[in-house]
Design a protein around this ligand. Sequence first.
Ligand code: FE2
Ligand code: FE2
Length: 289
Amino acid sequence: MNEPLPQADLQRSGLFLPPGEMRELTRKAVSRADTRQWSIEELSWGMLRPEALTDTDRSVVRFITFIEDHIPGYLTYFLDAFPVSGEDLSIEEFCFNREYFRFLVSWANEEERHASVLARYQIEAGIRSPEELMRELAEEGRKKFALPYEEPVQAFTYTLVQEKATQLFYQRFKAVAKEPVLRDLLHRLARDEARHFAFYSELIGAYIKRHGLAATVPDLKDVLSTFRMPLADTLNGYWRWSLKVMDATSYDHTEAYDALVRHVKDFATSRGDAAASDLAEFVHRIRSI
Ligand SMILES: [Fe+2]
Ligand SMILES: [Fe+2]
């Protein structure tokens, strides 16, 4: 798998990782997912106390259900961006995508669980009836999800930041929520998102090791400068809603950028590595706006 490629393929796949390396990364991530599985039935639904929910809690639960319920669109985007069928694919590209596919289906299964458990929560807590929920989720879910990135490393960076942002968000929400089943649920969601973040961190780390910080950091900066949370451009009332949510949970998604900076700094060969400092400075500027 790591044999030298013909020159044309090499140029085209310059920003890919060798499939063998990708296979090892996805193998680890999928096996971590397998050992940390949980099921919706494990939650103590009988202990649910809807009266412990504030109006804001209900609103935040609805908001995150929309986000998690977008998994069909999110997965569709990734399957289009990393195709696993078509004879125009080079063997190298196919093998890379094939390995990534192993992670994608495992990840999508977990995100699907997040969507389903939040939908069940809304119904059990009387936030929405099943019919109302199905309609309003369909209204948003059918909108197309797209990311403006062309390089695989950019799509991976986007997902890394988004996974970290959701992990932080669930932790913050848990810190203020009082309803016990919701707290348990948020704890499980945050743990899963942390694992998704770990996979993308390892993946970006592999890119940095292979291509160097100087070659990778411009792509990372490109993603951070245009970063928006999923559905920011499509969900009805997103901006007003997200401000309320941020306010209620003291959460700010740009905190996730720091996780990327810390990660990148670990790859700096010297303290003054220009590319790592450049990224840190760049994030500092974005965050102070
Ligand atoms: Fe999720
Ligand atoms: Fe996730």
